[in-house]
Design a protein around this ligand. Structure first.
Ligand code: PLP
Length: 463
C-alpha cells in the first residue's frame, strides 16, 4: 500500500511564517485613506493592535512564530498531508493527488491558524475583547475558540443567511463562550441603517465587517479591537504554516515540487496559506500551475475589475487595491458562505495581476457533485467552500488522464462539512440551483468604483 498519511512531528513544525510581500516582483499598492493618501500605521491603531499592524506592513521575508503560539497550535499541528489514492483509483488518473488536511483543527478548518495568532498578539497588547464578522461560521467559531484559550471576550456578527442555515456553528461559538448575533443587527448604526433599507436582506460579509468594526472602535474603554479572518496581509502570513509544512511533507513522500496547487478562495487566506511558499518557488523559476477557485455566483477574481475599493459595505475600511465586485454587492445565498466576499486579498490579487495565478470559477452544483464523489471515495465530507477546490482537483486529475501525464496535484482541504449538512440535504433533494452573476449586476455594483482612486495594473511581464 502506498503511504496515504504523511505526518510530521511537533519538532518539525515551521518556526517562521513566510511573507510573500518580500518577494513579489512588483510591490503591493498601499491601502488608501479617505483623502486618497496611503494610510499610516497610526490610522489603523483604533482597529488593530500595533504588533499586528507591524506584521501587516512588514517587508521581511520571514517572521518568527512565538513559542507560546506554537504551544497552542500543537493541539492539531502539524496537520496530516494525505494522498487521495481512493479518488485517484476511482478517476483512473495517473495524477498523484495530495491534500493538506486542515479540517482536523478543533473548529474544523484552517481558520484557527490565524485566530490563535491574532488573539495572542491582541492579548500581548493589553486588549480584553475582540469583535469580528463571520460568513459560514467557520471563522467565528475559530476566533471564539482562540479567545477562550487566551481568556479574551469575543463578539461575532454572523451573516444572516448563514445564521439561519447553520445554527450549529452558532452553538459551537456558544460552547467557546462567544456572543454571536445575526447581521445586520440592531446593535450598530451600520446594521440599523441596512435593516431599515432592506429588512429582508440575507446579509453579506461586507455588512457584518462594518458592524464588527463599529462595535470595536466605539468601545469607550479602548480595550476592544477588531479581528479579520482573511484578506489582510498578516492573516495570510499566519496561514503560510500550511504550505511550509506541505513542502516538508511532499519531500518526505518522495515528491519534488507539485505541478498544480489548488485552493478555494473567499478572502484568499487558505489558498494563500498553502500556495504562497510555492508561489515563491514559481517566482524563482519553478513551473507550477497555481489555481485559486471561487464560485460563479461571486466571481471576484474571474470577473471583478482590479480596483481600489472598500473592504466593507459602510465604507469604513481603508481602500484596498484588489479584484472586487463592489462593496455594496450582496451575493446570492449559496451554501459556500465563506466564499461570498465582494473583494479578495491584495496579495493574492497582485499575484494575479503578475500572471502568477490562474483563477477559476465553478458552479454550486458541480462543486456539490465533486464533494459527493469525494465523500464516496475518500470518505470525508468536505465543507461547501472546500468542495469548490475539489471540483478543480477532479478536473485537473481528469485532464492528466487525458494527457497521460503523472502530475502531482496538491490542494488545501480547508474544512470539513459536518456542520454544513443542510446544504448537502438541499443538494440531494434537488433543491439547489446554479446562479451566475448577470453582466448588468456586475456593471451596477462595480459602477460605484468610478469615483474612487484608480489602481494601477503594475506587472513585471515575466509570467
Ligand atoms: C472551510 C472554509 N474554506 C475556505 C474558506 C474561505 O476563506 P479564505 O479564502 O479566507 O480561506 C472558508 C471561509 O469561511 C471556510 O470556512
Amino acid at each position: 500500500m502506498k503511504s496515504v498519511k504523511i505526518l510530521l512531528n511537533e519538532s518539525d513544525i515551521p518556526r517562521q511564517w513566510y511573507n510573500l510581500a518580500a518577494d513579489l516582483p512588483t510591490p503591493l499598492l498601499p491601502p488608501l485613506g479617505p483623502d486618497g493618501k496611503p494610510v499610516t500605521p497610526d490610522m489603523l491603531a483604533p482597529v488593530f493592535p500595533m504588533n499586528l499592524i507591524e506584521q501587516e506592513v512588514s517587508a521581511s521575508r520571514w517572521i518568527d512564530i512565538p513559542e507560546e503560539i506554537l504551544d497552542i497550535l500543537y493541539r492539531w499541528r502539524p496537520t496530516p498531508l494525505r494522498r487521495a489514492v481512493y479518488l485517484e483509483r476511482h478517476l483512473k488518473t495517473p495524477a498523484r493527488i495530495y491534500y493538506k488536511d486542515e479540517s482536523v483543527s478543533p473548529p474544523g478548518s484552517h481558520k484557527p491558524n490565524t485566530s490563535v495568532a491574532q488573539a495572542w498578539y491582541n492579548k500581548q497588547f493589553g486588549i480584553k475583547r475582540l469583535t469580528t464578522e463571520t460568513g459560514a461560521g467557520q471563522w467565528g467559531s475559530a476566533l471564539a475558540f482562540a479567545c477562550k484559550l487566551l481568556g479574551l471576550e469575543c463578539k461575532v456578527f454572523m451573516v444572516r443567511i448563514s445564521f439561519d442555515q447553520k445554527p450549529f456553528r452558532k452553538m459551537m461559538m456558544g460552547v467557546w463562550g462567544a456572543n454571536c448575533v445575526a447581521s445586520p443587527s440592531s446593535e450598530t448604526n451600520a446594521g440599523r441603517k441596512i435593516l431599515k433599507e432592506m429588512p429582508d436582506t440575507p446579509g453579506s460579509l461586507g455588512i457584518a465587517i462594518s458592524e464588527a468594526i463599529e462595535a470595536a472602535v466605539t468601545d469607550p474603554s479602548g480595550k476592544t479591537r477588531y479581528s479579520l479572518g482573511s484578506v489582510l496581509n498578516h492573516v495570510l502570513l499566519h496561514q503560510t504554516i500550511i504550505g511550509l509544512e506541505a513542502k516538508k511533507q511532499l519531500k518526505k513522500a518522495g515528491e519534488k515540487l507539485p505541478d498544480i496547487v489548488i485552493g478555494c478562495a473567499g478572502g484568499g487566506s487558505n489558498f494563500a496559506g498553502l500556495s504562497f511558499p510555492f508561489v515563491a518557488e514559481k517566482i524563482n523559476g519553478a513551473d507550477i500551475k497555481i489555481i485559486p477557485v471561487e464560485p460563479k455566483a461571486c466571481p471576484t477574481m474571474t470577473r471583478g475589475p482590479f480596483a481600489y475599493d472598500f473592504g466593507d459595505t459602510a465604507c469604513t475600511t481603508p481602500l484596498l487595491a484588489m479584484h472586487t465586485l463592489g462593496h455594496a454587492f450582496v451575493p446570492p445565498p449559496i451554501h459556500a458562505g465563506g466564499l461570498r466576499y465582494h473583494g479578495m486579498a491584495p496579495l493574492v490579487c497582485q499575484a494575479i495581476v503578475e500572471g502568477l495565478l490562474e483563477p477559476r470559477a465553478y458552479h454550486q452544483l458541480e462543486s456539490y457533485e465533486a464533494a459527493v464523489t469525494w465523500a464516496s471515495t475518500e470518505g470525508f465530507i468536505p465543507a461547501p467552500e472546500t468542495s469548490q477546490a475539489l471540483a478543480a482537483v477532479i478536473d485537473e486529475a481528469k485532464k492528466a488522464k487525458e494527457e497521460g501525464k503523472e502530475k502531482v496535484i496538491l490542494f488545501n482541504y480547508s474544512g470539513h462539512g459536518l456542520m454544513d449538512l443542510v446544504g448537502y440535504d438541499a443538494y440531494l433533494s434537488g433543491k439547489l440551483s446554479d446562479y451566475e452573476m448577470p453582466d448588468a449586476d456586475l456593471e451596477k455594483y462595480t459602477g460605484q468604483l468610478k469615483n474612487l482612486p484608480k489602481a494601477a495594473m503594475r506587472k513585471s511581464g515575466k509570467w
